[in-house]
Design a protein around this ligand. Sequence first.
Ligand code: HEC
Length: 241
Amino acid sequence: MRGSYLLCALLLSGCSWFTDFKQQPKIDPWETTADTVPFRGNPQSSVSIYGSAAPGFEYDRTPMPQTIATMANIPNPVPADSASVNRGRIQFQINCAVCHGPLGMANGPATKYGVAGIAIGAGSNAANSLTDGYIFGMIRNGRGLMPPYNRIEEPDRWDIVNYLRSIQGKGTIAADTSHGLPGETGAFVPGASRMGPTRPAPYLHPGARTEATGDTTNRTPSADTARKTPADSTRKPEHEL
Ligand code: HEC
């Protein structure tokens, strides 16, 4: 008897018994732009709201490897400052050093197990003849025996290029090859996505909304700029300005 009282109480209290993915923190349609600012950064590979310095129409659809060659003229939009080179270092050590070696000297640990050792460091073909755009394309599409690394987000790919120029001795910032140990996180792993919705989507029309509803939450300077010129991946996210 007592048990059925308890059951009734539970049912009446509206306490949800079954949980499903419909109930989760998320941005609903027409929610204010304030809701696009996550309490901590969006994870890597979040759906991008930025444009791209290398959108699909920038290069043609000739078969590989010519596809990459058509990307060779895309200029590197990311200045090689210490922040970029540092981010590139983290990405390089996680994704590239295993084959190419920490200094790009074709001596990564995987070469001991049959992977071709290809030098991309100082004095290599990559240092002397390949443009930033071409190396960007190599990361994006891979080539021959090298797999594509297009899961590395576009701004991070340019950071890798900037870091590569440092270890080639071609950058202004000296190469730093410090790296984390297995299991180490924090400053040794890439942070949140820099392409996800950490600021108002460019297609939002904040002015119109403000006038219509008197809602001032959308009225941020960046939202106003974004309305005029859709942002691209070369622009820094709001929290870094
Ligand atoms: C699985 C091993 C492997 C990994 C990881 C790897 N590469 Fe490569 N890379 C290769 C191989 C093999 C080649 C030669 C490709 C070919 O067959 O032409 C190559 C070629 C290149 C070249 C062209 C060199 C030239 O002279 O033409 C560049 C640039 C390059 N890699 C950059 C990178 C970067 C940057 C990363 C990290 C995002 C990376 N690679 C990760 C194996 C790898």
